[in-house]
Design a binder for this molecule. Structure first.
Ligand code: ATP
Length: 381
């Protein structure tokens, strides 16, 4: 298998006379056998990056290395990559077997016996051995996607490139296929780059996440690093659902003054705000907001707008100043719309960002585990 390195990759499209920078100076490394998820909102350059790694797009600038070898000018065939697309891209007039064997039959010199062996093994791995003689229109969406994956597997590629492969499936099947893809990856150990706009899919699937916005890399790290230690307000807002609460404030000594409340910062936290910073954003994840019985130094009172019961969790929507504030409690909280509650933002759980650049100044303490915080936040149960 191969490691992948993108070195200052840049792709500019010429749109109606103007330049559109789809990928902006992107550098990252995917280790051999790793599973990297490229995640970001629509139009942030995920597919263009993937297509450039595949050799389907030529970069405007920068280099692509597989195992240290420069493949930037190589064609897709020479790169030993297999790509899986959102729309499966199966030939409608061919059976599943013919679809899976097509690339090998016409793009390699393997004999019929070897092709049959690979197709049968991949079909068994994907659980579609009984559908090999069916045409795509006789198969469900999930089965078609399994054929598309099988077609990629039989090529025994060095690298898998997957572009939103699960987005055409319903929620239940998507969750099942997510697990199957992870199992497949641990079985085959093929270096994989997986594109999705769905942060939940990204969180559950990747060894590493690369979060993109406007063609620029915002952060690369494990899913938990991106969740617990977001590099900036973009990552903080994009990763995690419901999204992180945020309040704009002005530092004044040990106080962070927002339009709705004054937050008291201990010396060590206030010290993390560089001198001269005049705008700071306070962020706190919904599960880190604590419901308290009586006012504390950093608590405030708010009225419940909406209660969303998820079964295992309860999301409470309130307004603080002009901002929405979401509180997630574990279990079935006994609260109702219109209730007045006292909420606290514990200092150990807050994030601070520079209000102008969006860069993180302080992340929540990582020595408090997520499990522990869930029980802290269940002030009402
Ligand atoms: P989505 O999730 O919607 O597929 P994406 O993050 O994959 O989005 P890209 O498809 O890589 O984004 O597109 C990045 C930018 O480049 C977009 O503004 C898009 O319009 C533009 N773009 C992509 N392909 C081309 C092309 N062939 N010609 C001109 N512009 C393009």
């Amino acid at each position: 298998m191969a490691s992948i390195e993108l070195d200052n990759l840049r792709k500019v499209f010429n749109e109606g006379g103007g330049d559109l920078v789809a990928v902006d100076d992107l550098s990252l490394k995917v280790d051999d056998s790793d599973f990297l998820v490229l995640v970001g909102p629509s139009g942030c350059g995920k597919s263009t990056t993937l297509r450039t790694i595949a050799g389907l797009e030529q970069p405007t600038d920068g280099q692509i290395l597989f195992d240290g070898e420069d493949v930037t000018d190589m064609g897709p065939q020479e790169r030993r990559v297999a790509m899986v697309f959102q729309d499966y891209a199966l030939y409608p007039h061919m059976t599943a077997r013919e679809n899976m064997s097509f690339g090998l039959r016409y793009g390699s010199d393997h004999d019929d016996e070897e092709i049959d062996r690979r197709v049968n093994a991949a079909a068994e791995m994907m659980g579609i051995e009984n559908h090999l003689e069916s045409r795509p229109n006789e198969l469900s969406g999930g089965q078609q996607q399994r054929v598309a994956l099988g077609r990629a597997i039989v090529r025994e590629p060095e690298v898998f490139l997957m572009d939103e492969p699960l987005s055409n499936l319903d929620a239940k099947l998507r969750a099942q296929m997510r697990t199957e893809l992870q199992e497949l990856h641990s079985k085959l150990d093929i270096t994989t780059v997986y594109v999705t706009h769905d942060q939940e899919e990204a969180m559950t699937m990747g060894d590493q996440l690369a979060v993109l916005n406007d063609g620029e890399l915002q952060q690369i790290g494990t899913p938990l690093e991106c969740y617990q230690e977001p590099a900036n307000t973009f990552v903080a807002g994009f990763i995690g659902s419901p999204r992180m609460n945020r309040f704009e404030g002005r530092p004044n000594g040990n106080l962070l003054e927002t339009d709705a409340f004054d937050y008291h910062l201990p010396d060590d936290v206030a010290g993390q705000i560089p001198t001269g910073t005049d705008e700071v954003i306070l962020g706190i994840r919904p599960e880190d907001v604590k419901v308290v019985d009586s006012p504390t130094e950093n608590s405030l009172s708010t009225e419940i707008n909406v209660v969303e019961r998820m079964g295992d969790l309860t999301h409470i929507y309130t307004t603080v100043g002009d901002d929405e504030c979401i509180i997630t409690l574990s279990g079935q909280a006994e609260v109702a719309q219109g209730d007045e509650i006292e909420i606290e933002f514990p200092t150990a759980r807050i994030h601070l960002f520079d209000g102008k650049t969006g860069d993180a100044l302080k992340n929540r303490d990582s020595d408090v585990s997520i499990g522990e915080s869930a029980s802290i936040s269940s002030g009402i149960s």
